[in-house]
Design a protein around this ligand. Structure first.
Ligand SMILES: NC(=O)c1ccc[n+]([C@@H]2O[C@H](COP(=O)([O-])OP(=O)(O)OC[C@H]3O[C@@H](n4cnc5c(N)ncnc54)[C@H](OP(=O)(O)O)[C@@H]3O)[C@@H](O)[C@H]2O)c1
Length: 265
């Protein structure tokens, strides 16, 4: 059991999905600072290339894989393009994801499909495929980006919250399976964070009290050092996520959660 020792980033190889912006990009910048080699994954090749160019330095190598992880073909393409590097990868950060706002009755079924495919299927497939080789290492980690939406069903974000509840549950169970190995599993649960997430979701005015991607990364890497199964970024967020759902009656909680994500005028 390697928990409670500092996780060694220097010289390690980290694969980061969703690295072209927001929290994934912040992970890439921080891990490059700490001396990790990087494999950056997202759809926009030009953005990834520009980031890779900035982060390459000295002995630090940065590779780019531009694929759509929302499709089985894209997931297979990722697997094939990293084939020779798989035995060297020790850190997997599943950060690619997006959210949809609005009532399900009015939702575009294809968009909902894409959301479940990316937030759930891509993360699960990559984790499952990577685990055997991660287990060969003395120190390795799977860091899955969930959300504080994972703790509470959210009207008007029903699918997003459900996908993140899956990520939290899946990762906590994995932590239990891996506790006597060198692989740490960690679910990172950010609250509202200032990234293009809200533009992508088409709701820029929702959840306006936001923390930064750098806050989330700092919180996550500290929790990884401590070998925690999950961590919520931000004291207020943690209080609501961990306590609120236990203390508040179900109907009131659902009403409040639905109100909370409504855009501010
Ligand atoms: N921001 C928040 O308030 C917040 C709160 C809680 C949790 N989170 C979670 O944090 C994670 C990162 O989100 P973010 O806030 O950093 O948003 P973001 O800036 O929009 O980043 C999303 C990342 O996912 C990638 N991506 C989207 N669709 C993809 C696809 N089909 N295939 C491959 N990559 C794809 C995007 O790159 P391309 O467009 O180049 O593909 C981008 O790099 C997500 O899982 C999100 O659910 C965010």
């Amino acid at each position: 059991m390697t928990a409670h020792t500092r996780y060694p980033h220097a010289g390690s190889v980290a694969l980061i999905t969703g690295a072209s912006s927001g929290i994934g990009e912040a992970f890439a910048r921080e891990l490059a600072q700490r001396g990790a080699h990087l494999i950056l994954v997202a759809r926009r090749a030009d953005v990834l290339d520009a980031l890779a160019e900035q982060l390459r330095s000295g002995d630090t190598t940065v590779e780019v894989v531009a694929v759509d992880l929302g499709t089985p073909e894209g997931r297979l393409e990722l697997w094939e393009s990293i084939a020779v590097r798989i035995p060297t990868i020790t850190t997997v950060i599943n950060c690619a994801g997006f959210g949809t706002f609005g009532d399900l009755a009015e939702a575009d079924p294809d968009r909902i499909d894409a959301e479940v495919n990316l937030n759930v299927a891509a993360l699960t497939t990559l984790t499952t495929r990577m685990l055997p080789s991660l287990l060969e290492h003395e120190h390795a980690a799977v860091l899955n980006v969930a959300s504080n939406a994972a703790f509470q069903s959210i009207p008007h974000m029903a699918v997003y919250a459900a996908t993140k509840a899956y990520v939290l549950s899946f990762t906590q169970a994995l932590w239990g399976e891996l506790r006597s190995t060198g692989v740490r599993a960690l679910a990172v649960c950010p609250g509202p964070t200032e990234t293009p997430f809200f533009d992508v979701a088409g709701e820029q005015d929702a959840l306006t009290r936001r923390r930064t991607p750098e806050h989330v990364v700092r919180t996550a890497l500290r929790a990884l050092d401590r070998g925690k199964p999950s961590v919520v970024d931000g004291f207020d967020n943690a209080l609501v996520a961990r306590l609120g759902v236990r203390l508040v009656p179900e109907r009131l909680l659902l009403w409040a959660a639905g109100r909370f994500v409504q855009p501010r005028a």
